[in-house]
Design a protein around this ligand. Structure first.
Ligand code: SF4
Length: 457
C-alpha cells in the first residue's frame, strides 16, 4: 500500500479521491456539505479524462433545492481551485459541487463544498486496497438503462443494431455535405468538410471559414503560394523575422507570396483571437494543419483520385490503406517544426496522425462519396460506398467511445468489428445519451433494443 494512503497519512492524492467519488465510497445517506446541508448524489457524473472538471453531468440535490445537473470538481484542498486556475477557466463554469479532502481557504465562492475526510464508508487503507484492484463491475451509475436489454442480445445482434445506427450516421453526415454542395458545389463541400475536420474540436470554425474563403483565395500550383494565402488570411503569419535562420528564410518566402495577395484579401483576414491555442498540443497547431491542406489543394489529382478509388475493385494493399496513403503528405518545413518558434526537430513527424486521417476518411470522405452517389441516384455506387464504410477497419479508441461503451455494455467484452460499429456507438451517444441526463430519463433507446431482441423479431 502506498505510504500516503496509510491511516493517518493525509492528504491522499487527487486520483484516489476521484476513485472514491466515482465508486461513491462515502456514507451516501449521511453526506453533508461543509455548511451542514444534506447532499443526495443521484448520479456522480462521468469521469472526464480530458481538460475540464473531473466529473461531468452529475445529478445532485443540495438541501431542499431541486436536483440539478452539474459538473463536479475534485481537489485535495479548497485552495486547488485557484491554484489550478479554475476560477478563470470557463470550462469550469458548469461546476456545481466542489469535493475536497479537507476544506480551507481559496475555494470557489458560492459553491457547495463536500469534505471527504470524515465521510468515507471505510478506512482509507481499506479503500486503497479495494480501489487499487481492477473493478469487476463498472462504477455505480455508469450503466445506462439500455445496458440490461443489450445484455440479453447476442454479439451478432448488437453488431447488427449498431450497423443500422452507423448507416444512419453515414446518411446524416452525407446529407449535411449535400446541403453545402447545394449552395456551392461538390468540390467546395468536400473542402469545407475536410477543413472543419482538420480543425478538430478547438479550431473547427476558423478552419471552416478558411475553406469557405477558398474560392476567393484562388488557384495556385505551388503549395507554398497556397499556404501563404491560408496563413495570411488566417492571421497566422508572424510579421517579425526574429527566428532562427531557416525559419527566417522560410518566412521571407511566405511573405514574398503573401504580399502579392494581401491587399486583395485584406478584408478577409481573420483576427488571431478566433484561433484556440490554449491546451492545444504542438502537433495539432493550425499552421501544420493548413500545411497539409495546402498540399492537398495543390495536387490536381486529389479529388478525382477519390472518385477512382471508390470505383476500383482491386485496391492494394487494401482500400483503406490506399486512401490513407493518398491523404498522407509531408512539407519540408512543417514536417520538422511544430510552430514558427519551436526550432527544427531531427526526425520528421506526420502533419496529421493516423487516427485523425482515419476519422477524416470515415467522417468526411466516405459520407461525401455517399452523398454524391445518392444525388446521382446511382444505387450501385452508393452500395459500393456503404461496403467500403462497413469494411473500414476500427479506429483508435477515445474517451467518447469509452464513455458510451461503458454506458451500453459495461464490462461485457464485445470486440467491436470495424469503424462502423464505433460510429454506431457514437451515434447512440449523440442521438440518445446527449439528449437526456445521467439517469437516462425518457430515453427510448432501451425500447429500440427490446424491439431488436430475437423473441420480438
Ligand atoms: S441515455 Fe439511453 S442510450 Fe444512453 S445510456 Fe441511457 S438508456 Fe442507453
Amino acid at each position: 500500500m502506498p505510504a500516503v494512503l496509510r491511516e493517518g497519512h493525509t492528504p491522499p492524492p487527487e486520483q484516489f479521491l476521484q476513485q472514491i467519488w466515482q465508486f461513491q465510497r462515502i456514507r451516501r445517506s449521511e453526506i453533508r456539505t461543509t455548511d451542514g446541508r444534506r447532499i443526495s448524489v443521484l448520479h456522480p457524473g462521468f469521469m472526464n479524462l480530458e481538460a475540464g472538471p473531473d466529473f461531468q453531468r452529475a445529478y445532485i440535490q443540495v438541501g431542499r433545492a431541486a436536483p440539478v445537473e452539474c459538473d463536479v470538481e475534485i481537489d485535495v484542498a479548497s485552495g486547488g481551485w485557484q491554484q489550478h486556475g479554475h476560477h478563470t477557466n470557463t470550462a469550469f463554469s458548469g461546476v456545481g459541487l466542489h469535493v475536497v479532502w479537507q476544506a480551507g481557504n481559496g475555494g470557489p465562492t458560492g459553491l457547495p463544498v463536500v469534505e471527504l475526510k470524515d465521510q468515507l464508508d471505510a478506512p482509507v487503507g481499506e479503500l486503497s486496497q479495494a480501489l487499487g484492484q481492477a473493478p469487476t463491475a463498472p462504477p455505480p451509475g455508469t450503466l445506462g438503462r439500455c445496458a440490461a436489454p443489450l445484455a440479453d442480445l447476442p454479439p451478432d445482434d448488437i453488431h447488427a443494431l449498431l450497423g443500422q445506427v452507423a448507416e444512419t450516421r453515414l446518411q446524416t453526415k452525407a446529407a449535411a455535405l449535400a446541403a453545402v454542395a447545394k449552395r456551392t458545389n461538390w468540390r467546395q463541400a468536400l473542402w469545407e468538410g475536410l477543413f472543419t475536420a482538420l480543425g478538430y474540436k478547438q479550431n473547427s470554425w476558423p478552419m471552416r471559414r478558411l475553406a469557405e474563403l477558398l474560392p476567393e483565395l484562388g488557384q495556385a500550383d505551388e503549395t507554398v503560394a497556397l499556404l501563404a494565402r491560408l496563413l495570411g488570411v488566417g492571421g497566422l503569419l508572424p510579421d517579425q523575422l526574429d527566428r532562427d535562420k531557416l525559419t527566417n528564410r522560410y518566412l521571407r518566402t511566405l511573405w514574398d507570396q503573401w504580399w502579392r495577395d494581401r491587399d486583395r484579401l485584406a478584408k478577409r483576414i481573420l483576427p488571431r483571437d478566433v484561433w484556440t491555442f490554449h491546451g492545444l498540443r504542438p502537433a495539432n497547431r493550425p499552421e501544420r494543419r493548413l500545411a497539409l491542406a495546402a498540399c492537398w489543394l495543390s495536387r490536381p489529382d486529389f479529388v478525382p483520385w477519390l472518385d477512382d478509388w471508390v470505383c476500383q475493385t482491386e485496391t492494394r494493399p487494401t482500400p483503406a490503406a490506399a486512401l490513407l496513403g493518398h491523404l498522407t503528405a509531408s512539407d519540408e518545413y512543417w514536417s520538422t517544426h511544430w510552430t514558427f518558434r519551436s526550432g527544427r526537430f531531427p526526425k520528421a513527424q506526420p502533419l496529421l496522425g493516423a487516427g485523425r486521417l482515419h476519422d477524416i476518411a470515415v467522417n468526411v470522405i466516405l459520407p461525401w462519396l455517399y452523398a454524391r452517389a445518392a444525388a446521382d441516384d446511382n444505387t450501385g455506387l452508393r452500395q459500393r460506398v456503404v461496403e467500403r464504410y462497413f469494411a473500414w477497419p476500427k479506429g483508435q479508441d477515445n474517451s467518447r467511445l469509452r464513455f458510451v461503451r461503458q454506458r451500453l455494455l459495461g464490462v461485457r467484452r464485445i470486440s467491436l468489428r470495424g469503424a462502423a460499429a464505433q460510429q454506431g456507438l457514437l451515434q447512440v451517444k449523440a442521438d440518445f445519451c446527449n439528449r437526456t441526463n445521467a439517469l437516462c430519463d425518457d430515453c427510448v433507446f432501451p425500447d429500440l433494443v427490446h424491439r431488436h431482441s430475437p423473441e420480438k423479431r
